[in-house]
Design a protein around this ligand. Structure first.
Ligand code: DAK
Length: 264
């Protein structure tokens, strides 16, 4: 996993190391995505998924970028078939992050361009350092945001702003990104990691099956009618009603103590 680093961390809320910190680690190429980075990020996600202690994941970038997008050098060296495979691999990776059974937070530092932005769009929460540049400049290169960006962005910020961003390829400042809801929080760079850890800790303190099912229900809104969505909520509520964690949550509330969830 040379192009990605993986660390397990504890937080102020837990003695257990229940947060996975995944860092894109190709700073010399501004963490641009090549096939190796995609494969390494998948391997890091495997580790986070299989580790029952991990309750939330933070993704960030080493150096002055979150990610400058697809590796343009690598792309020029690939055959047509390899480009297709690379595109599919990125799409699958970002779908995996979107439906990952644990919450994923993008802590965006510096440049967040093209595929970097598309990665962040697949995460549950995006927070940004105050000096970022974020956008989808693909059309300025003769491409489109083909790793799910043209599909997820309108859903997150509305079609009007999404069209403006994608068709002009304009990069936004952190304040502009906050204003349109592309990111939910902006903090000074030296507070980015601690803010991400704080959010991750809050999530990690909640009932893990409920968090995973809340993600599933939120993700379903894109393709379901309200009736179908309500049916899914009913199914999930029934499933959660059978969990030990729900009993623990209610008991702890009555006993005025902190709940200890086991993910069962
Ligand atoms: N790919 C590869 N290397 C990159 C890179 C990138 N995207 N971005 C930067 N680098 C490298 C630079 O080449 C440089 O390496 P050396 O020349 O030192 O070896 C190093 O990172 C530092 O970059 P700079 O020297 O340029 O740093 P500056 O601070 O001066 O400028 C910059 C930062 C972010 C403004 C600039 O690096 C830049 O404009 N980079 C390109 C950003 C960009 O256009 N990214 C692509 C976005 S589009 C698809 C698959 C994927 C996608 C679409 C379709 N299919 C296959 C159909 C996704 C597309 C995108 O992501």
């Amino acid at each position: 996993m040379a192009s990605v680093t993986y660390a397990k961390e504890g937080t102020f809320l837990s003695t257990t190391q229940n947060i996975a910190k995944i860092t894109l680690n190709r700073p010399d190429a501004l963490n641009a995505f090549n096939p190796e980075l995609i494969s390494d990020l998948n391997a890091a996600l495997d580790q986070a998924e299989q580790d029952n202690e991990i309750r939330a994941v933070i993704i960030s970038g080493e150096g002055k970028a979150f990610s400058a997008g697809a590796d343009l050098k690598a792309m020029t060296e690939l055959s047509r078939e390899e480009v297709q495979n690379f595109t599919k691999a990125g799409q699958e990776l970002f779908r995996r992050i979107e439906s990952f059974p644990k919450a994923v937070i993008a802590a965006i530092n510096g440049y967040c361009l093209g595929g970097g932005t598309e990665l962040s769009l697949a995460c549950d929460i995006r927070i940004a350092a105050s000096e970022i540049k974020i956008g989808l400049p693909e059309v300025s290169l003769g491409l489109i945001p083909a790793w799910g960006g043209s599909q997820r962005l309108p859903y997150l910020i509305g079609m009007s702003k999404a069209r403006e961003m994608i068709l002009t390829g304009t990069l936004l400042t952190s304040e502009e990104a906050l204003e349109i809801g592309l990111v939910s929080k902006v903090v000074p760079l030296d507070e980015l990691a601690s803010t991400a850890s704080f959010l991750a800790a809050k999530i990690a303190d909640n009932a893990p099956i409920a968090v995973a099912e809340a993600k599933r229900s939120l993700n379903a809104t894109r393709h379901m009618t309200i009736e179908e969505g309500n049916a899914l909520e009913l199914e999930i509520a029934d499933k959660l009603a059978q969990t030990e964690d729900l009993r623990e949550g209610i008991t702890a509330m009555r006993e005025k103590r902190k709940a200890v969830f086991k993910g069962k």
